[in-house]
Design a protein around this ligand. Sequence first.
Ligand code: FAD
Length: 286
Amino acid sequence: MARIGDLLAAGRTFSFEFSPPKSAAGSMSLGRTIAELEPLGPSFVSVTYGAGGSTREFTRDTVLWVRKETNIPPMAHLTCVGHTRAEINDIIDTYSSAGIENVLALAGDPPKSNDEVRPSDYAYATDLIDHLREIANLSIGVAAHPEGHPRSPDLATDRKFLAAKLQKADFAVTQFFFDLDHYLSMVNDLADLGVTKPVIPGIMPVTNIAQVERMAELSGAAFPQWLRERLESGRDAEDVRRIGVEAATELCAQLLEAGAPGLHFYTMNKSTATREIYAQLGLPVA
Ligand code: FAD
């Protein structure tokens, strides 16, 4: 199976993110979404890990399913939160036996309630990368936050830690953002710090204003006024969705024009918006 670091060295990647389903109905729905997206020829797909490591079995099972049932290389998200070194060894053993070589190493979101707190042997994503490098030969990605991570005291400090993290990793995938300049200034700051590893922009097509408002607040990404006004001009929910897809397509076109190494779509386990963006960008479909 392809390693994402090698794919990026060979050219642009187009990839999709999914969350692991937690019910039989969710599994069937995700299976259908993946079948609808497979003709787009994704370079890889990634599978998230729930806050505090809460979806660990679902993530593992989804990653293994993608590996077995499709021709798309999967990337497994892994978090520091709620993991001991022994647990990470077990998870990586399972993945290595199945031929899975791509991992996104993350600090992770904290658990939603105190009851779910589990011990952790790692403080930062870099600690997890160090351990992963000791135990396996993986292609390792990390998270990048174009507007800075919400826990960082300031942007310069965040960039310094991001640069140090990327030195150890093979590539990064960004949090979603809506203004091209946020991405470009992050890439420029990294270059000034001597880091030119590929940073794949994460694309979130806004199909529902309230949902993105919540997600932006949690992730530290701005939900800009210009986008809000544009979406609010929609006549009804379907029109808002159409405008959201149009805005995301414009951002993708700007990113490709600016030389981004790929595009990573936050699909929310649905295929329609991503397929529409592909069509509007004129990207090839099998
Ligand atoms: P880190 O790189 O560890 O950074 C966390 C904070 O600590 C930052 O403020 C950083 O500047 C600072 N820092 C880093 N190193 C040091 C140091 N040595 N000393 C002091 N400060 C330091 N969360 C999930 O739970 N599951 C997922 O599947 C998931 N997928 C994601 C996918 C993408 C593409 C992105 C962008 C985020 C994802 N997240 C996920 C969210 C992510 O886990 C959170 O944003 C988390 O709070 C930060 O993760 P990180 O890996 O960027 O952390």
